[in-house]
Design a protein around this ligand. Sequence first.
Ligand code: BG6
Length: 509
Amino acid sequence: MLHEIEHEAIAHGDPAPSCCMVIFGAGGDLTKRLLLPALYNLIRSGLLPEKFALIAVDRLEMTSEMYREHIRLAISAFASDKHYAQQLDVVNLEKLLNVIHYQQGDFSDSKFYQELSEKIHDIQKSNQIQKNVVFYLAVAARFFGSIVEKLGVAQLLKESENSWRRVIVEKPFGHDVESSKVLNLELRKQLHERQIYRMDHFLGKETVQNIMMLRFSNAIFEPLWNREHIDHIQITVAETVGVEKRAAFYESTGAMRDMVPNHVFQLLALTTMEPPASFSADAVRNEKTKVLHSVHPINPERESVRAQYIGGQRDELPLKGYREEDGVSEASKTETYIAMKLTIDNWRWAGVPIYLRTGKGLSVRQSEIAIQFKNPPLSIFKNTNLDALSPNILVLKLQPDEGAVLIFGAKVPGPKFEIGQVHMDFHYKDYFQNAPSTGYETLVYDCMIGDATLFQRSDSVVAGWEIVQPLLDYWKKDDAYLATYTAGSEGPQESEELLSGSGRSWRRL
Ligand code: BG6
Protein backbone atom coordinates (compact mmCIF):
# COMPACT_ATOMS: atom_id res chain seq x y z
CA MET A 1 0.00 0.00 0.00
CA LEU A 2 1.45 3.34 -1.03
CA HIS A 3 1.66 5.95 1.65
CA GLU A 4 0.11 9.24 0.52
CA ILE A 5 2.23 12.36 1.18
CA GLU A 6 1.14 15.77 -0.13
CA HIS A 7 3.75 18.26 -1.22
CA GLU A 8 2.88 21.88 -1.77
CA ALA A 9 3.19 23.18 -5.33
CA ILE A 10 5.65 26.10 -5.62
CA ALA A 11 4.43 29.36 -7.14
CA HIS A 12 4.98 29.74 -10.89
CA GLY A 13 7.87 32.02 -11.70
CA ASP A 14 10.04 31.08 -8.71
CA PRO A 15 13.04 28.83 -9.29
CA ALA A 16 12.11 25.18 -8.89
CA PRO A 17 13.06 23.53 -5.59
CA SER A 18 16.40 21.82 -5.26
CA CYS A 19 16.29 18.43 -7.02
CA CYS A 20 18.08 15.92 -9.20
CA MET A 21 16.76 14.94 -12.58
CA VAL A 22 17.56 11.49 -13.94
CA ILE A 23 17.04 10.98 -17.68
CA PHE A 24 16.76 7.41 -18.95
CA GLY A 25 17.56 7.39 -22.67
CA ALA A 26 20.04 10.25 -22.36
CA GLY A 27 21.70 9.37 -25.66
CA GLY A 28 18.44 9.55 -27.60
CA ASP A 29 17.05 12.10 -29.96
CA LEU A 30 14.41 13.48 -27.62
CA THR A 31 17.02 14.26 -24.96
CA LYS A 32 19.39 15.90 -27.39
CA ARG A 33 16.90 17.88 -29.48
CA LEU A 34 14.34 18.88 -26.88
CA LEU A 35 15.07 18.07 -23.25
CA LEU A 36 18.56 19.43 -22.87
CA PRO A 37 17.81 22.59 -24.88
CA ALA A 38 14.75 23.01 -22.63
CA LEU A 39 16.92 22.77 -19.50
CA TYR A 40 19.29 25.29 -21.05
CA ASN A 41 16.39 27.69 -21.64
CA LEU A 42 15.23 27.13 -18.06
CA ILE A 43 18.63 27.90 -16.58
CA ARG A 44 18.76 31.05 -18.71
CA SER A 45 15.46 32.23 -17.35
CA GLY A 46 16.51 31.50 -13.78
CA LEU A 47 13.92 28.76 -13.27
CA LEU A 48 16.19 25.78 -12.68
CA PRO A 49 16.94 25.17 -9.01
CA GLU A 50 20.08 26.75 -7.62
CA LYS A 51 21.07 23.33 -6.27
CA PHE A 52 20.48 20.97 -9.16
CA ALA A 53 22.10 17.99 -10.88
CA LEU A 54 21.26 16.04 -13.99
CA ILE A 55 22.12 12.36 -14.15
CA ALA A 56 22.12 11.15 -17.73
CA VAL A 57 21.62 7.40 -18.07
CA ASP A 58 22.31 5.39 -21.19
CA ARG A 59 23.90 2.13 -22.35
CA LEU A 60 26.84 3.60 -24.23
CA GLU A 61 30.23 3.53 -22.58
CA MET A 62 31.07 7.23 -22.05
CA THR A 63 32.57 9.54 -19.44
CA SER A 64 30.74 12.58 -18.07
CA GLU A 65 33.21 14.78 -19.98
CA MET A 66 32.37 13.06 -23.25
CA TYR A 67 28.65 13.35 -22.62
CA ARG A 68 28.96 17.04 -21.75
CA GLU A 69 30.77 17.63 -25.02
CA HIS A 70 27.99 15.88 -26.88
CA ILE A 71 25.45 18.15 -25.16
CA ARG A 72 27.54 21.26 -25.75
CA LEU A 73 27.30 20.57 -29.49
CA ALA A 74 23.59 19.77 -29.33
CA ILE A 75 22.76 23.00 -27.48
CA SER A 76 25.00 25.12 -29.71
CA ALA A 77 23.24 23.67 -32.76
CA PHE A 78 19.87 24.32 -31.13
CA ALA A 79 20.72 27.94 -30.34
CA SER A 80 21.96 28.62 -33.86
CA ASP A 81 18.98 26.94 -35.51
CA LYS A 82 17.26 29.66 -37.52
CA HIS A 83 13.98 28.72 -35.88
CA TYR A 84 15.24 29.60 -32.41
CA ALA A 85 18.09 31.93 -33.41
CA GLN A 86 19.51 33.24 -30.18
CA GLN A 87 22.89 34.28 -28.92
CA LEU A 88 24.56 31.31 -27.31
CA ASP A 89 24.66 32.08 -23.60
CA VAL A 90 28.02 30.54 -22.80
CA VAL A 91 27.91 31.31 -19.09
CA ASN A 92 24.64 29.51 -18.56
CA LEU A 93 25.59 26.72 -20.92
CA GLU A 94 28.71 26.05 -18.86
CA LYS A 95 26.68 26.25 -15.67
CA LEU A 96 24.36 23.58 -17.00
CA LEU A 97 27.13 21.36 -18.35
CA ASN A 98 28.85 21.47 -14.96
CA VAL A 99 25.91 19.83 -13.23
CA ILE A 100 25.54 17.00 -15.76
CA HIS A 101 26.80 13.56 -14.72
CA TYR A 102 26.78 10.57 -17.03
CA GLN A 103 25.93 7.12 -15.71
CA GLN A 104 26.43 4.21 -18.05
CA GLY A 105 24.10 1.31 -17.43
CA ASP A 106 21.60 -1.21 -18.68
CA PHE A 107 18.22 -0.23 -17.32
CA SER A 108 16.87 -3.74 -17.83
CA ASP A 109 19.35 -4.99 -15.24
CA SER A 110 18.16 -4.79 -11.62
CA LYS A 111 21.74 -4.40 -10.36
CA PHE A 112 22.06 -1.12 -12.22
CA TYR A 113 19.49 0.50 -9.92
CA GLN A 114 21.69 -0.03 -6.90
CA GLU A 115 24.52 1.81 -8.65
CA LEU A 116 22.10 4.55 -9.66
CA SER A 117 20.87 4.88 -6.11
CA GLU A 118 24.42 5.31 -4.83
CA LYS A 119 25.22 7.80 -7.57
CA ILE A 120 22.17 9.92 -6.73
CA HIS A 121 23.02 9.77 -3.05
CA ASP A 122 26.65 10.83 -3.63
CA ILE A 123 25.69 13.70 -5.89
CA GLN A 124 23.03 14.92 -3.45
CA LYS A 125 25.49 14.81 -0.61
CA SER A 126 28.46 16.44 -2.27
CA ASN A 127 26.36 19.22 -3.82
CA GLN A 128 23.92 19.81 -0.92
CA ILE A 129 21.00 18.91 -3.13
CA GLN A 130 17.71 17.98 -1.51
CA LYS A 131 16.36 14.48 -1.87
CA ASN A 132 13.78 15.40 -4.53
CA VAL A 133 14.19 13.49 -7.79
CA VAL A 134 12.46 13.65 -11.19
CA PHE A 135 12.92 10.51 -13.29
CA TYR A 136 12.36 11.25 -16.97
CA LEU A 137 11.73 8.12 -19.04
CA ALA A 138 12.84 9.20 -22.52
CA VAL A 139 12.72 5.59 -23.71
CA ALA A 140 10.27 3.46 -25.70
CA ALA A 141 6.96 3.03 -23.91
CA ARG A 142 7.38 -0.74 -23.59
CA PHE A 143 10.07 -0.11 -20.96
CA PHE A 144 7.99 2.18 -18.71
CA GLY A 145 6.53 -0.59 -16.55
CA SER A 146 9.77 -2.45 -15.94
CA ILE A 147 11.85 0.67 -15.24
CA VAL A 148 9.30 1.94 -12.74
CA GLU A 149 9.15 -1.45 -11.09
CA LYS A 150 12.91 -1.60 -10.69
CA LEU A 151 13.05 1.98 -9.42
CA GLY A 152 10.45 1.00 -6.85
CA VAL A 153 12.25 -2.15 -5.75
CA ALA A 154 15.46 -0.13 -5.34
CA GLN A 155 13.51 2.25 -3.04
CA LEU A 156 14.17 5.11 -5.43
CA LEU A 157 10.52 6.17 -5.56
CA LYS A 158 10.12 6.48 -1.81
CA GLU A 159 9.06 9.94 -0.66
CA SER A 160 9.33 11.55 2.75
CA GLU A 161 7.61 14.51 4.42
CA ASN A 162 10.28 16.77 2.95
CA SER A 163 11.12 15.18 -0.34
CA TRP A 164 9.29 14.01 -3.41
CA ARG A 165 9.91 11.55 -6.23
CA ARG A 166 8.21 12.06 -9.63
CA VAL A 167 8.25 10.15 -12.89
CA ILE A 168 7.65 11.66 -16.33
CA VAL A 169 6.50 9.35 -19.10
CA GLU A 170 5.80 10.30 -22.69
CA LYS A 171 3.04 9.02 -24.94
CA PRO A 172 2.08 6.44 -26.18
CA PHE A 173 0.24 5.49 -22.99
CA GLY A 174 -0.79 2.08 -24.32
CA HIS A 175 -2.24 1.23 -27.73
CA ASP A 176 -5.88 0.62 -26.78
CA VAL A 177 -8.18 0.69 -23.75
CA GLU A 178 -6.89 -2.54 -22.28
CA SER A 179 -3.18 -1.83 -22.62
CA SER A 180 -3.60 1.70 -21.24
CA LYS A 181 -5.25 0.23 -18.15
CA VAL A 182 -2.48 -2.34 -17.78
CA LEU A 183 0.16 0.40 -18.03
CA ASN A 184 -1.66 2.48 -15.44
CA LEU A 185 -1.79 -0.49 -13.11
CA GLU A 186 1.92 -1.18 -13.58
CA LEU A 187 2.80 2.41 -12.77
CA ARG A 188 0.41 2.53 -9.85
CA LYS A 189 2.01 -0.49 -8.18
CA GLN A 190 5.02 1.66 -7.37
CA LEU A 191 3.72 5.20 -7.63
CA HIS A 192 0.88 7.29 -6.38
CA GLU A 193 -1.09 8.91 -9.23
CA ARG A 194 0.17 12.25 -7.93
CA GLN A 195 3.75 11.19 -8.68
CA ILE A 196 3.06 10.30 -12.34
CA TYR A 197 3.47 13.03 -14.95
CA ARG A 198 2.12 11.77 -18.30
CA MET A 199 3.44 14.17 -20.84
CA ASP A 200 1.59 15.23 -23.97
CA HIS A 201 3.90 17.73 -25.60
CA PHE A 202 0.96 19.54 -27.25
CA LEU A 203 0.13 20.90 -23.80
CA GLY A 204 3.54 22.56 -23.69
CA LYS A 205 2.64 24.69 -26.71
CA GLU A 206 1.79 28.27 -25.78
CA THR A 207 -1.09 28.39 -28.23
CA VAL A 208 -2.64 25.24 -26.80
CA GLN A 209 -2.41 26.64 -23.27
CA ASN A 210 -3.95 29.81 -24.64
CA ILE A 211 -7.20 28.01 -25.47
CA MET A 212 -8.00 28.04 -21.76
CA MET A 213 -6.85 31.63 -21.32
CA LEU A 214 -8.92 32.80 -24.24
CA ARG A 215 -12.04 31.04 -23.04
CA PHE A 216 -11.84 31.81 -19.36
CA SER A 217 -10.16 35.19 -19.13
CA ASN A 218 -12.38 36.99 -21.62
CA ALA A 219 -16.05 37.63 -21.03
CA ILE A 220 -17.02 37.92 -24.70
CA PHE A 221 -16.50 34.33 -25.79
CA GLU A 222 -18.05 32.17 -23.12
CA PRO A 223 -21.68 33.34 -23.55
CA LEU A 224 -21.45 32.28 -27.20
CA TRP A 225 -19.61 29.02 -26.53
CA ASN A 226 -22.52 26.60 -26.79
CA ARG A 227 -25.14 24.95 -28.98
CA GLU A 228 -27.25 28.12 -29.16
CA HIS A 229 -24.61 29.96 -31.13
CA ILE A 230 -22.13 27.46 -32.52
CA ASP A 231 -22.96 25.53 -35.66
CA HIS A 232 -19.98 23.19 -35.57
CA ILE A 233 -16.29 22.94 -34.70
CA GLN A 234 -13.40 21.77 -36.88
CA ILE A 235 -10.11 20.65 -35.35
CA THR A 236 -7.25 20.17 -37.80
CA VAL A 237 -3.72 18.94 -37.19
CA ALA A 238 -2.16 18.74 -40.66
CA GLU A 239 1.47 17.84 -41.27
CA THR A 240 3.51 17.95 -44.45
CA VAL A 241 6.07 15.42 -43.23
CA GLY A 242 5.62 11.79 -44.11
CA VAL A 243 6.65 8.89 -41.93
CA GLU A 244 10.33 9.97 -42.10
CA LYS A 245 12.62 7.47 -40.37
CA ARG A 246 9.94 6.20 -38.01
CA ALA A 247 8.40 3.41 -40.08
CA ALA A 248 9.13 0.77 -37.44
CA PHE A 249 7.08 2.73 -34.92
CA TYR A 250 4.47 4.12 -37.30
CA GLU A 251 3.57 0.89 -39.09
CA SER A 252 2.07 -0.54 -35.91
CA THR A 253 0.76 2.80 -34.69
CA GLY A 254 -0.86 4.78 -37.52
CA ALA A 255 -2.36 8.24 -37.47
CA MET A 256 -5.17 7.34 -35.09
CA ARG A 257 -3.08 5.99 -32.22
CA ASP A 258 -0.24 8.44 -32.85
CA MET A 259 -2.31 11.62 -32.75
CA VAL A 260 -5.97 11.27 -31.80
CA PRO A 261 -6.49 9.92 -28.26
CA ASN A 262 -3.68 12.17 -27.08
CA HIS A 263 -2.92 15.42 -28.97
CA VAL A 264 -6.20 15.88 -30.82
CA PHE A 265 -8.36 14.97 -27.84
CA GLN A 266 -6.43 17.40 -25.68
CA LEU A 267 -7.44 20.12 -28.13
CA LEU A 268 -11.00 18.82 -28.12
CA ALA A 269 -11.16 18.74 -24.32
CA LEU A 270 -9.71 22.23 -23.86
CA THR A 271 -12.16 23.62 -26.42
CA THR A 272 -15.29 21.94 -25.09
CA MET A 273 -14.80 21.44 -21.34
CA GLU A 274 -16.86 23.31 -18.76
CA PRO A 275 -15.14 26.14 -16.86
CA PRO A 276 -13.15 24.48 -14.05
CA ALA A 277 -13.76 25.61 -10.47
CA SER A 278 -10.14 26.75 -10.30
CA PHE A 279 -6.92 26.46 -12.25
CA SER A 280 -5.70 23.65 -10.01
CA ALA A 281 -4.52 20.43 -11.63
CA ASP A 282 -7.44 18.32 -10.54
CA ALA A 283 -10.11 20.92 -11.19
CA VAL A 284 -8.91 21.29 -14.80
CA ARG A 285 -8.36 17.58 -15.33
CA ASN A 286 -11.77 16.71 -13.89
CA GLU A 287 -13.45 18.87 -16.51
CA LYS A 288 -11.32 17.55 -19.34
CA THR A 289 -12.08 13.97 -18.40
CA LYS A 290 -15.76 14.71 -17.90
CA VAL A 291 -16.18 16.05 -21.42
CA LEU A 292 -14.33 13.08 -22.91
CA HIS A 293 -16.73 10.81 -21.05
CA SER A 294 -19.61 12.69 -22.68
CA VAL A 295 -18.53 11.96 -26.25
CA HIS A 296 -21.27 10.01 -28.00
CA PRO A 297 -20.09 6.60 -29.34
CA ILE A 298 -18.81 7.09 -32.88
CA ASN A 299 -20.17 4.99 -35.71
CA PRO A 300 -16.94 3.90 -37.47
CA GLU A 301 -18.54 3.28 -40.83
CA ARG A 302 -20.52 6.51 -41.12
CA GLU A 303 -18.55 8.89 -38.95
CA SER A 304 -14.91 8.20 -39.70
CA VAL A 305 -12.55 8.08 -42.67
CA ARG A 306 -9.10 6.63 -42.64
CA ALA A 307 -6.68 6.95 -45.51
CA GLN A 308 -3.11 6.47 -46.63
CA TYR A 309 -1.06 8.76 -48.85
CA ILE A 310 0.08 7.64 -52.30
CA GLY A 311 2.82 9.23 -54.43
CA GLY A 312 2.26 12.88 -55.23
CA GLN A 313 4.00 16.21 -55.60
CA ARG A 314 4.79 19.35 -53.68
CA ASP A 315 6.36 22.39 -55.33
CA GLU A 316 6.78 20.26 -58.44
CA LEU A 317 8.96 17.79 -56.56
CA PRO A 318 7.86 14.16 -56.43
CA LEU A 319 6.72 12.78 -53.08
CA LYS A 320 6.79 9.10 -52.20
CA GLY A 321 3.68 7.17 -51.34
CA TYR A 322 3.51 5.70 -47.83
CA ARG A 323 4.03 2.14 -49.09
CA GLU A 324 7.22 3.23 -50.86
CA GLU A 325 8.75 4.71 -47.72
CA ASP A 326 11.74 2.93 -46.17
CA GLY A 327 10.68 0.22 -43.76
CA VAL A 328 7.01 0.22 -44.80
CA SER A 329 5.37 -2.95 -46.06
CA GLU A 330 4.20 -2.87 -49.68
CA ALA A 331 0.83 -4.09 -48.55
CA SER A 332 0.62 -1.83 -45.49
CA LYS A 333 -2.87 -0.93 -44.31
CA THR A 334 -1.64 1.60 -41.79
CA GLU A 335 -3.57 4.85 -42.00
CA THR A 336 -1.66 8.11 -42.30
CA TYR A 337 -4.81 10.24 -42.20
CA ILE A 338 -7.92 10.12 -40.12
CA ALA A 339 -11.02 12.25 -40.02
CA MET A 340 -14.04 11.78 -37.81
CA LYS A 341 -17.23 13.38 -36.72
CA LEU A 342 -18.30 13.27 -33.13
CA THR A 343 -20.91 14.78 -30.88
CA ILE A 344 -20.94 15.47 -27.19
CA ASP A 345 -23.89 14.41 -25.10
CA ASN A 346 -24.21 17.30 -22.69
CA TRP A 347 -26.36 20.41 -22.45
CA ARG A 348 -23.73 22.73 -23.84
CA TRP A 349 -22.95 20.74 -26.97
CA ALA A 350 -25.95 18.52 -27.80
CA GLY A 351 -26.40 18.48 -31.57
CA VAL A 352 -23.19 20.37 -32.41
CA PRO A 353 -21.01 18.25 -34.72
CA ILE A 354 -17.31 18.33 -34.07
CA TYR A 355 -15.08 17.32 -36.95
CA LEU A 356 -11.50 16.21 -36.39
CA ARG A 357 -8.84 15.53 -38.99
CA THR A 358 -5.15 14.82 -38.81
CA GLY A 359 -2.71 13.45 -41.31
CA LYS A 360 0.79 13.30 -42.68
CA GLY A 361 1.96 14.10 -46.20
CA LEU A 362 -0.60 16.90 -46.60
CA SER A 363 -0.26 20.12 -48.55
CA VAL A 364 0.65 22.35 -45.60
CA ARG A 365 1.55 22.19 -41.93
CA GLN A 366 -1.39 23.74 -40.18
CA SER A 367 -2.99 23.12 -36.81
CA GLU A 368 -6.06 25.04 -35.85
CA ILE A 369 -9.41 24.97 -34.13
CA ALA A 370 -12.19 26.64 -36.09
CA ILE A 371 -15.38 27.54 -34.27
CA GLN A 372 -18.08 28.19 -36.83
CA PHE A 373 -21.01 30.21 -35.52
CA LYS A 374 -24.62 29.95 -36.62
CA ASN A 375 -25.99 32.29 -39.24
CA PRO A 376 -28.25 35.15 -38.16
CA PRO A 377 -31.82 33.88 -37.67
CA LEU A 378 -32.99 35.72 -40.80
CA SER A 379 -31.52 37.88 -43.48
CA ILE A 380 -33.10 41.30 -43.92
CA PHE A 381 -30.98 41.96 -46.99
CA LYS A 382 -33.25 40.56 -49.70
CA ASN A 383 -32.27 40.21 -53.34
CA THR A 384 -28.64 41.00 -52.80
CA ASN A 385 -25.62 38.78 -52.31
CA LEU A 386 -26.40 39.25 -48.62
CA ASP A 387 -29.09 36.60 -48.97
CA ALA A 388 -26.38 34.04 -48.56
CA LEU A 389 -24.57 35.34 -45.51
CA SER A 390 -21.29 33.69 -44.69
CA PRO A 391 -20.90 32.41 -41.16
CA ASN A 392 -18.69 34.00 -38.53
CA ILE A 393 -15.73 31.84 -37.71
CA LEU A 394 -13.26 32.13 -34.86
CA VAL A 395 -10.05 30.32 -35.77
CA LEU A 396 -7.52 29.56 -33.06
CA LYS A 397 -4.31 29.10 -34.97
CA LEU A 398 -1.99 26.76 -33.13
CA GLN A 399 0.90 26.36 -35.55
CA PRO A 400 2.90 27.36 -37.43
CA ASP A 401 1.35 30.84 -37.68
CA GLU A 402 0.34 31.30 -34.05
CA GLY A 403 -2.62 33.52 -33.28
CA ALA A 404 -6.36 33.86 -33.79
CA VAL A 405 -8.64 35.16 -36.50
CA LEU A 406 -12.21 36.30 -36.31
CA ILE A 407 -13.94 36.16 -39.67
CA PHE A 408 -17.02 38.30 -40.16
CA GLY A 409 -18.97 40.14 -42.85
CA ALA A 410 -18.57 43.83 -43.65
CA LYS A 411 -20.13 46.12 -46.21
CA VAL A 412 -18.14 46.54 -49.39
CA PRO A 413 -17.86 50.34 -49.84
CA GLY A 414 -20.02 51.79 -52.61
CA PRO A 415 -23.67 52.41 -53.45
CA LYS A 416 -24.35 48.73 -54.09
CA PHE A 417 -25.27 46.54 -51.12
CA GLU A 418 -22.59 43.96 -51.05
CA ILE A 419 -20.95 42.08 -48.25
CA GLY A 420 -17.35 40.97 -48.06
CA GLN A 421 -15.74 38.59 -45.59
CA VAL A 422 -13.06 40.25 -43.49
CA HIS A 423 -10.48 38.82 -41.12
CA MET A 424 -9.60 40.36 -37.77
CA ASP A 425 -6.19 38.84 -37.38
CA PHE A 426 -4.09 38.50 -34.24
CA HIS A 427 -0.54 37.19 -34.51
CA TYR A 428 1.36 36.33 -31.36
CA LYS A 429 4.57 37.67 -32.80
CA ASP A 430 3.07 41.16 -33.17
CA TYR A 431 2.32 41.44 -29.46
CA PHE A 432 4.63 39.25 -27.46
CA GLN A 433 8.26 38.49 -27.67
CA ASN A 434 8.59 34.85 -28.43
CA ALA A 435 10.62 33.15 -25.71
CA PRO A 436 12.97 30.62 -27.33
CA SER A 437 11.31 27.34 -26.53
CA THR A 438 11.31 23.68 -27.44
CA GLY A 439 7.86 23.36 -25.90
CA TYR A 440 9.28 21.25 -23.04
CA GLU A 441 10.34 24.08 -20.72
CA THR A 442 6.95 24.66 -19.12
CA LEU A 443 6.28 20.96 -18.72
CA VAL A 444 9.64 20.09 -17.15
CA TYR A 445 9.43 23.11 -14.86
CA ASP A 446 5.81 22.35 -13.90
CA CYS A 447 6.82 18.83 -12.92
CA MET A 448 9.63 20.19 -10.74
CA ILE A 449 7.28 22.58 -8.97
CA GLY A 450 4.59 19.90 -8.61
CA ASP A 451 1.95 21.37 -10.90
CA ALA A 452 0.30 18.56 -12.88
CA THR A 453 -2.32 20.72 -14.64
CA LEU A 454 -0.74 20.23 -18.04
CA PHE A 455 -0.19 16.49 -17.63
CA GLN A 456 -2.63 13.72 -18.36
CA ARG A 457 -4.33 11.86 -15.56
CA SER A 458 -4.93 8.11 -15.88
CA ASP A 459 -8.73 8.43 -16.20
CA SER A 460 -8.45 10.87 -19.07
CA VAL A 461 -5.99 8.62 -20.91
CA VAL A 462 -8.43 5.72 -20.62
CA ALA A 463 -11.36 7.97 -21.61
CA GLY A 464 -9.50 8.91 -24.81
CA TRP A 465 -8.89 5.28 -25.72
CA GLU A 466 -12.50 4.39 -24.98
CA ILE A 467 -13.68 6.87 -27.61
CA VAL A 468 -11.47 5.44 -30.36
CA GLN A 469 -11.69 1.75 -29.43
CA PRO A 470 -14.78 1.03 -31.63
CA LEU A 471 -12.90 2.45 -34.61
CA LEU A 472 -9.79 0.41 -33.87
CA ASP A 473 -11.95 -2.73 -33.61
CA TYR A 474 -13.81 -1.97 -36.80
CA TRP A 475 -10.63 -1.40 -38.80
CA LYS A 476 -9.25 -4.77 -37.79
CA LYS A 477 -11.67 -6.33 -40.27
CA ASP A 478 -9.94 -7.37 -43.49
CA ASP A 479 -12.46 -5.58 -45.66
CA ALA A 480 -12.49 -2.32 -43.66
CA TYR A 481 -12.15 0.50 -46.16
CA LEU A 482 -8.87 2.41 -46.40
CA ALA A 483 -9.09 5.46 -48.68
CA THR A 484 -6.10 7.03 -50.40
CA TYR A 485 -4.99 10.60 -51.00
CA THR A 486 -2.16 12.05 -53.00
CA ALA A 487 0.84 13.19 -50.98
CA GLY A 488 0.90 16.99 -51.01
CA SER A 489 -2.91 17.24 -51.27
CA GLU A 490 -5.53 18.30 -48.72
CA GLY A 491 -6.52 14.71 -47.92
CA PRO A 492 -8.96 12.14 -49.27
CA GLN A 493 -12.20 12.99 -51.04
CA GLU A 494 -14.04 10.72 -48.60
CA SER A 495 -13.19 13.15 -45.84
CA GLU A 496 -15.12 15.91 -47.64
CA GLU A 497 -18.11 13.60 -47.74
CA LEU A 498 -18.09 13.36 -43.98
CA LEU A 499 -19.31 16.97 -43.90
CA SER A 500 -20.99 17.53 -47.24
CA GLY A 501 -24.09 15.50 -46.33
CA SER A 502 -24.99 18.21 -43.81
CA GLY A 503 -24.14 21.06 -46.20
CA ARG A 504 -20.89 21.84 -44.39
CA SER A 505 -17.35 21.69 -45.70
CA TRP A 506 -13.81 21.60 -44.36
CA ARG A 507 -11.90 24.84 -44.27
CA ARG A 508 -9.27 24.84 -46.99
CA LEU A 509 -5.78 24.08 -45.81
C1 BG6 B 1 4.21 13.30 -32.09
C2 BG6 B 1 3.87 12.28 -33.13
O1 BG6 B 1 3.66 12.96 -30.86
O2 BG6 B 1 3.72 14.57 -32.50
C3 BG6 B 1 4.42 12.68 -34.49
O3 BG6 B 1 4.38 11.01 -32.76
C4 BG6 B 1 3.94 14.06 -34.86
O4 BG6 B 1 4.03 11.75 -35.49
C5 BG6 B 1 4.24 15.04 -33.73
O5 BG6 B 1 4.61 14.45 -36.04
C6 BG6 B 1 3.64 16.40 -34.01
O6 BG6 B 1 4.11 17.30 -33.05
P1 BG6 B 1 4.55 18.77 -33.45
O7 BG6 B 1 4.93 19.40 -32.17
O8 BG6 B 1 5.66 18.63 -34.43
O9 BG6 B 1 3.33 19.38 -34.07
